[in-house]
Design a protein around this ligand. Structure first.
Ligand SMILES: Nc1nc2c(ncn2[C@@H]2O[C@H](COP(=O)(O)OP(=O)(O)OP(=O)(O)O)[C@@H](O)[C@H]2O)c(=O)[nH]1
Length: 337
């Protein structure tokens, strides 16, 4: 059962149907970072209710990954281990300080302490929603597929509605998952895709570096996505795709305008190539680290504001309602800088 449009490409057979019909799945045989869906072989995954129309997460049967030689967090009670290249120990750098959400190269102090104490609340059990938008043909699907499955397809198959991938990380020793939504760029599917913008923690607005008209359209894509979300709740990224098709000088030239626009949007700028893989992993690691950090700070804030404090912030225990942790830290702010 797949309730939401699962974004089958126009020529694709839905995966569940494909299996029933004896077709090979369009999925590659192994992605150890993908979460498993309910009722599927393999362990259950953690899933928070996410805003937007209901979906069956992980609607396709994804074979479990091999477990040998992979790291396992002490906090991951279920699911296959996270592969080495999804383990983030230090804060990933930005692409350019000229358009960057934060310049710090380490986790926020309170986040580091919370991670060391393993007191990150429910952060490890939740999915953070990432929505990728932009004109048709700019390379949204290719970017996601390069990251999640390490594949690239030269043939264009339009996304219908939406599709998503769940990618598991381990950030500062804590399990963390991104739910990455691929949306259709074609105008006729926009109303379907926009139904899934709500509840995004990260909005990635993409354009084709070889077609600067698509950069002009990013403003509108961002506006549409922001309309469905509370102001100030989303990290914004502006991503130029198909970097491999430009010379270094041409890329730099295109980036001047893109960086200017990113600053105007208060977004972080990146240039990537799904074809060669350049910057793809670094980009998503950055997304995961920023989203994780904010999730932990929000969790700390929520928990500390739920309990009265005295003096230096020691918690008062309320009878019958023990606090979740002994933490006395209170985040000074939720700002990322
Ligand atoms: N050379 C090169 N081609 C790319 C790159 N990324 C995508 N393409 C090609 O661009 C075309 C469109 O890519 P898609 O990823 O399907 O584009 P999309 O934005 O998802 O398109 P819609 O689903 O219609 O919104 C395909 O033919 C891809 O092979 C890249 O980094 N380099």
């Amino acid at each position: 059962m797949v309730i939401a449009p699962r974004g089958p490409r126009q020529d694709a057979v839905p995966e569940a149907d494909a299996a029933a019909a004896g077709f090979p799945s369009r999925l590659p045989p192994h992605n150890p970072n993908a979460a498993c869906g309910p009722g599927l072989p393999g362990p259950p995954h953690f899933l928070s209710a996410h805003p937007g129309p209901p979906v069956l997460v992980g609607g396709a049967a994804r074979p479990l990954g091999r477990t040998s030689g992979r790291m396992r967090s002490s906090l991951v009670p279920l699911g296959p281990p996270v592969s080495q290249d999804r383990v983030i120990t230090s804060f990933p750098k930005c692409y350019t300080p000229a358009a960057c959400l934060q310049l710090r190269e380490h986790f926020h102090g309170q986040v580091s302490i919370a991670c060391q104490r393993r007191s990150t609340g429910t952060v490890g059990l939740r999915l953070s929603k990432v929505v990728v938008v932009g004109d048709l043909y700019v390379g949204k699907t290719s970017l996601i597929r390069r990251f999640c499955r390490n594949v690239f397809d030269r043939n264009y198959k339009a996304t219908i509605g939406v599709d998503f991938e769940i990618e598991r990380f381990e950030v500062a020793g804590i399990p963390y998952s991104l739910q990455i939504w691929d949306t259709a760029g074609q105008e006729k599917f926009k109303c379907i895709a926009s139904a899934y913008y709500r509840g995004a923690q990260v909005i990635i607005t993409t354009f084709d570096l070889t077609d600067l008209q698509t950069l002009d359209h990013t403003r509108q894509w961002l506006e549409d996505a922001l309309q469905e979300n509370e102001p100030g709740t989303c990290f914004l990224f502006l991503v130029g795709t198909k970097k491999d098709l430009l010379s270094g000088a041409a890329c730099e030239q295109a980036e001047v305008e893109a960086v200017r626009l990113a600053n105007e949007m208060e977004a972080e700028y990146w240039s990537v190539s799904a074809k060669t893989g350049e910057n793809v992993k670094a980009f998503f690691s950055r997304v995961a680290a920023l989203a994780f950090e904010r999730s932990v700070l929000q969790d700390l804030e929520r928990r500390s504001s739920a309990w009265p404090q005295v003096g230096n912030g020691d918690l008062i225990r309320m009878e019958g309602h023990p606090p979740e942790t002994q933490d006395s830290e209170r985040p000074s702010s939720l700002g990322c800088c």
